[in-house]
Design a protein around this ligand. Structure first.
Ligand code: GLU
Length: 512
């Protein structure tokens, strides 16, 4: 293992559907690690399993990374010195490597058809045994280890289907180091002889293509999901078999993302049940059928999504805020601080992150995001300065941009309805009459600003000795339609004297 090489990491998804948020986290950790070490982040598409290929999935992956601000340095979509980066376009590379392993005794040809293997499996089951293609059986099956060399040649020549299988040694300790899990070891006899290459489609399996490409692409660190940990012994053995131990990357297997309840892997069904997305972007299956919602379309800011995702499994320590920019995460990230145990996903916390990012946006930024919504509602002409002020008044109560219209609508249009509960509570006794009198008073305020209106309202209420809270809530019903909303005097200034008078009058018409 040579640690002096410049850091090169890869995200190597298979295009089998939309990218799960766990996959995005894997990409993100790779990216942070690369950036921190001044290294290179590659995107390689592992599409050698033609049965699981889904059109559109690759474009989805690329768009997801882009939305998250994860920049690809090298790979699919951007190119680079090791192009192509799509394994289906590299297919002629792999056979030679598989054959090399046959030549040096680390692999062999196997001629059993899927039907024959199925039959063997069944008869084993009938005897209460589980079948494993391994050291115990490989010299007794239709393999190049059992058949005469002539026959092997003849079978290949006449076009019989074959696979190349790895010859996993018997009873050997395989020692491995994982940057998160530490030292791991396993006895090779517990492992079977995995298929590396199939003549049927002329394609390598994941294991062969992955190792060959990591080696050719000079990958120094493999950071991937925990589900690949069981493949690690085979991968380590493949590096040995190729004589590439000096360029074997270091490995880090990331913990699973767990359901909100903690038990088991976070799935789309959990999201559907509890109302949150498990994918970065909305997904529409190309062949029709059920799609899936995405964080982007649900109104999350990419910065918030990336932030919350980074902290699922990694904790920079108590001295740091939970709100971290990509730059801060790049500085603080460390694989050693990634936890070994699964990270429970909390949808409430996810929303909290988005709210924090929204609250930290300036009024001008929020106005820019809100203007299209306003235009859609028919208020495209409202001056930007006014919209900015309104943003400042309502943003603390918003989690998403989509919350802004319901929170701010009364600044733009008179209430269409009045909340019956608020009406029952406040539009009673002498309150409507007090409101009439207050309106007459406020109407006269010359410079109709929040400050002036407030001073006048307070002076009048005090002089009259009427209950402040009740009168104000009655006024609020008239202006907002409920007993919630921003500071009343600010509302009055922003809607203006005429609209103030109209709304009070109308409330009396409807509610008295
Ligand atoms: N193609 C594998 C996947 O879909 C890559 C695993 C790895 O990173 O080695 O996750």
């Amino acid at each position: 293992m040579n640690d002096n090489r410049p850091v090169r990491v890869r995200f190597a998804p298979s295009p089998t559907g939309p990218l799960h948020m766990g996959g995005v986290r894997t990409a993100l950790y790779n990216y942070l690690f690369a950036r921190q070490h001044g290294g290179t982040f590659l995107l390689r598409i592992e599409d050698t399993d033609s049965h699981r290929f889904v059109p559109g999935a690759e474009a989805y992956i690329i768009e997801s990374l882009r939305w998250c601000g994860i920049e690809i340095d090298e790979g699919v979509d951007v190119g680079g010195p090791h192009a192509p980066y799509r394994q289906s376009e590299r297919r002629e590379i792999y056979l030679e490597y598989a054959e090399r392993l046959v030549e040096n005794g680390w692999a062999y040809y196997a001629f059993d058809t899927p039907e024959e293997l199925e039959a063997i499996r069944k008869s084993c089951e009938a005897r209460g045994e589980t079948f494993a293609y391994n050291y115990a059986v490989r010299t007794r099956l239709a393999t190049s280890l059992a058949l005469p060399a002539e026959e092997v040649k003849a079978r290949i020549a006449r076009g019989d289907q074959w696979t190349i299988r790895f010859r996993m040694p018997e009873d050997e300790r395989i020692e491995m180091d994982d940057m998160i899990r530490g030292h791991v070891s396993v006895n090779s006899s517990t492992l079977d002889d995995k298929v590396l290459y199939k003549s049927a489609d002329g394609l390598p399996t994941y294991h062969l293509a992955n190792i060959v490409d990591d080696s050719l692409m000079e990958i120094t660190h493999v950071i991937r999901g925990e589900e690949w940990l069981p493949s690690l012994p085979l991968h380590v053995m493949l590096y040995r078999a190729f004589g590439w131990e000096d360029r074997m990357p270091r490995f880090a297997h990331l913990p699973l993302l767990l359901k909100p309840t903690g038990g088991g892997k976070l799935s789309k069904r959990d999201g559907d049940k509890l109302g949150f997305p498990v994918f970065p972007l909305q997904w529409t299956p190309p062949e029709g059928g059920e799609g899936a919602r995405g964080y982007r379309e649900d109104g999350y800011f990419p910065e918030a999504f990336v932030n919350l995702l980074a902290l699922l499994g990694w904790n920079p320590g108590n001295d740091h805020s939970e709100l971290l920019s990509m730059q801060e995460m790049t500085e603080l990230f460390s694989l050693e601080k990634v936890s070994k145990s699964g990270a429970r996903f909390d949808p409430e916390k996810a929303r909290w992150f988005n709210a924090q990012y929204l609250h930290r946006k300036s009024d001008a930024e929020l106005a820019a995001l809100f203007l299209p919504v306003l235009a859609e509602k028919g208020f495209g002409e409202v001056p930007v300065a006014k919209v900015e002020r309104i943003m400042g008044l309502v943003k603390e109560r918003a989690t998403f941009i989509g919350d802004l219209w319901p929170l701010a609508a009364y600044f733009f249009e008179a209430p269409q309805t009045y909340d019956p509960k608020a009406v029952a509570k406040f539009w009673r006794d002498d309150n409507p009459e007090h409101l009439q009198n207050l309106r007459r008073q406020l109407e006269k305020v010359e410079d109709f600003t929040a400050r002036n209106i407030e001073a006048e309202a307070h002076a009048w209420i005090e002089a009259q000795g009427v209950p402040m809270g009740k009168v104000m809530n009655t006024l609020r019903i008239a202006l907002v339609g409920s007993s919630t909303g921003a500071n009343l005097f600010e509302i009055m200034e922003l809607i203006g004297r005429e609209e103030f008078l109209r709304r009070v009058e109308r409330a009396h018409e409807v509610l008295d």
